[in-house]
Design a protein. Structure first.
Length: 194
């Protein structure tokens, strides 16, 4: 039976057929097949998360960065954190000028409001409007809440294994990104074709 291209995208044979990135001659074929299944499962999860994000953006008529900003502001509100524009800029990894434009856009669309900071007279705090928070919870929040049941069905040991795997994977991928960019996080430098 032929492998579908979408399945092969996350397989070692599909992404590294000549073992230029990962030498795997000493890995048991059954382990390789299980690792491929794991990579396909991670790819399917990422694809589903992208679909959820796109559907929520369409539903709320917002861009990806707008949605990330609102999610951060909702989290701040839920944790009684006074969010300032500079905190939001750091979280999004954008300049203060870009943050100001984003906030102006979200405020004019009545998604958020600005108010005086309760303890710092020089600062302002950002607040998601209740209707926007309800809309976000009903769209993206509802979908993300579906992750709880599969996690709850795992045993304590299984959850620890998954947590360790995800944390180690994120660490390894961040280390690879930093190495490729000369130690600074950001975009991968262009490939040298000379």
């Amino acid at each position: 039976m032929a492998t579908e291209p979408s399945d092969a995208m996350f397989s070692l044979a599909g992404s590294d057929p000549r073992q230029e990135l990962i030498s795997r001659g000493d890995v048991d074929p059954a382990d390789l097949e299980q690792i491929d299944r794991l990579m396909r499962a991670m790819g399917a999860l990422r694809a589903t998360e992208r679909k959820i994000a796109a559907a929520s953006q369409r539903h709320m008529h917002l861009k990806e960065t707008d949605m990330r900003a609102l999610h951060f502001l909702i989290t701040c509100a839920n944790t009684d954190t006074h969010c300032t524009p500079s905190m939001l800029a750091r979280h999004l990894g954008i300049s203060t000028a870009a943050t100001t434009k984003l906030l102006d856009r979200l405020e004019s669309a009545e998604h958020l409001s600005r108010a005086a900071h309760p303890t710092d007279r020089r600062a302002v705090t950002l607040h998601v409007n209740p209707e926007t928070a309800r809309d976000a919870r009903a769209s993206v929040g509802r979908h993300h809440a579906a992750r709880f049941a599969p996690a709850a069905r795992l045993s304590t040991q299984e959850r620890e294994t998954v947590i360790r795997f995800l944390e180690e994977t994120a660490h390894a991928m961040n280390a690879s990104l930093e190495a490729a960019s000369g130690g600074a996080t950001g975009d991968i430098p262009p490939r040298n074709t000379a």
